[in-house]
Design a protein around this ligand. Structure first.
Ligand code: CTP
Length: 425
């Protein structure tokens, strides 16, 4: 293996000066202690792609924890030490540094936690998943800004190739299959031929079965939260991975269309002037599962230990057709309101995933109807001399309906209308 070095000080200029100063300080301290210090992983990969990634993963050829202690002391930062893993986190005002000793990893069995022992920077880079993630930038003063590349990561980044570093990588850690899909989707990269073969082989040998349901679901979620969930899902389909989540998870033309629709609706919602806060990845999950029966949802939720919020979104997606039918028939504002009342934002957006022709009604609800409130209350009815009872709720609903439909507007009008309703009763 040949070490290649490139000067990337120019590339580093896109990074905030305060971060550069911090990295330089760390580099000087490493020199004082006689260690080599590097920044590795996502920061380096993304820097070469002219992207800012503030995951600051530092590795020390030396005593990582000692280095972290001294650095935290010098910079007045908080320090957390994870002795079992030989790592530490230095928390500064607005950034945190993950610090580890350069190491070798052994996986006693598939998907286990690795056993680690100190190693060189080269070994530390080799234990990683893909060549594009096995790049380091040295931080010691005399070598500051030198990209250290043993495995042609720079070349693969430029060529847009996801390339596994070694043949056992996916047996050691099958979650890397999902990482491969995530990076390929995010950057629009291809798999190196041999890597694709290894991915297929690892899948054929059922390595994914070795992941606990929690980890497995975590990887799905992570992919759906990344930059290109549609492409990520297509890779899950292409490599036949959906089945590990549920036997009922089928893929077809309808789903393909719906997923594209999700992209469109997310774009639509983000462009709205009014700030709509929602969790986009849930829309993809709802789409994947929307054809499930109640029993299948129960089974899925139980297997992956879904929280009640997530479970309830998925359940609503099963009932979406009825809601849509009702919404289509709704003519008056109040009918729109009472069809959509109580639905969560992801559920409202999912209606549009299924039927984009309903945008006007959904917008009307989000922008106007949702905010409508009446001023009159049960107290006003009592003040008029009526005995409290369940009919209060109905009467107030009638007032609200009139307000939603624009029959009344001001507070005096509400009062008048309230009295009229009571008399009629
Ligand atoms: N890594 C690995 N195998 C894994 C997870 C991580 O080899 N299963 C290595 C990679 O070298 C990666 C680094 O650890 O670059 C840091 O991992 P992490 O922060 O999880 O990922 P990033 O590569 O930074 O990716 P992202 O941009 O998605 O955070």
């Amino acid at each position: 293996v040949q070490e290649k070095r490139y000067d990337v000080t120019e590339e580093l200029q896109i990074v905030d000066q305060s971060i550069i100063d911090l990295l330089k300080k760390a580099g000087r301290l490493a020199d004082e202690l006689g260690y080599n210090l590097y920044i590795v992983g996502g920061f380096v990969r993304d820097l070469l792609l002219e992207r800012i990634n503030l995951d600051l993963d530092l590795v020390v050829e030396g005593e990582g924890i000692e280095f972290a202690k001294t650095l935290a002391h010098k910079l007045n930062g908080d320090l957390d030490i994870y002795r079992d893993f030989g790592t530490a986190v230095v928390d500064l005002d607005n950034v945190k540094l993950d610090i580890a000793t350069t190491r070798i990893e052994y996986y006693p069995y598939t998907a286990s936690l690795p056993e680690v022992e100190p190693g060189s920077i080269q070994q530390d880079l080799f234990r990683r998943d893909f060549t594009i993630n096995a790049l380091a930038i040295q931080l010691n003063p005399t070598a500051f800004g030198q990209l250290v590349d043993y495995f042609n990561g720079k070349k693969d980044l430029e060529a847009g190739v996801i390339h596994l570093l070694h043949n056992f990588s996916l047996y050691d850690d099958p979650t890397r299959i999902f990482r491969a899909f995530r990076f390929a989707s995010r950057y629009g990269y291809q798999f190196y031929e041999e890597t694709e073969r290894l991915i297929k082989q690892a899948i054929d040998l059922d390595t994914i079965e070795k992941l606990s349901p929690n980890r497995l679901f975590g990887k799905l979620k992570h992919g759906l939260q990344d930059e290109n969930p549609t492409s990520f899902i297509r890779l899950l389909v292409k490599y036949d991975i959906l089945v590990y989540f549920s036997d009922s998870l089928v893929w077809n033309q309808v789903k393909e269309k719906l997923v594209k629709q999700v992209d469109k609706i997310i774009g639509w919602a983000m462009k709205k002037e009014q700030n709509i806060e929602f969790t986009p990845w849930i829309l993809y999950l709802m789409t994947l599962l929307e054809h499930f029966t109640k029993e299948e949802v129960e089974k899925f939720s139980k297997k992956f230990n879904l929280n009640s919020q997530l479970k309830s979104r998925i359940k609503t997606s099963l009932e979406i057709e009825q809601i849509i039918t009702k919404l289509k028939q709704a003519e008056r504002n109040s009918e729109v309101y009472y069809t959509l009342e109580g639905l969560k934002i992801e559920e409202l957006l999912f209606i549009l995933v299924k039927d984009f022709s309903l945008t006007e009604k959904i917008s009307l609800f989000l922008e106007e109807l949702k905010e409508v409130e009446i001023k009159v209350s049960g107290k006003d009815i009592i003040d008029l001399g009526y005995q409290p009872g369940p009919y209060f709720k109905q009467i107030l609903k009638e007032v609200k309906r009139a307000k939603l439909d624009g029959k009344i507007d001001s507070t005096p009008e509400e009062h008048q209308f309230l009295e009229k309703c009571l008399q009629r009763r």
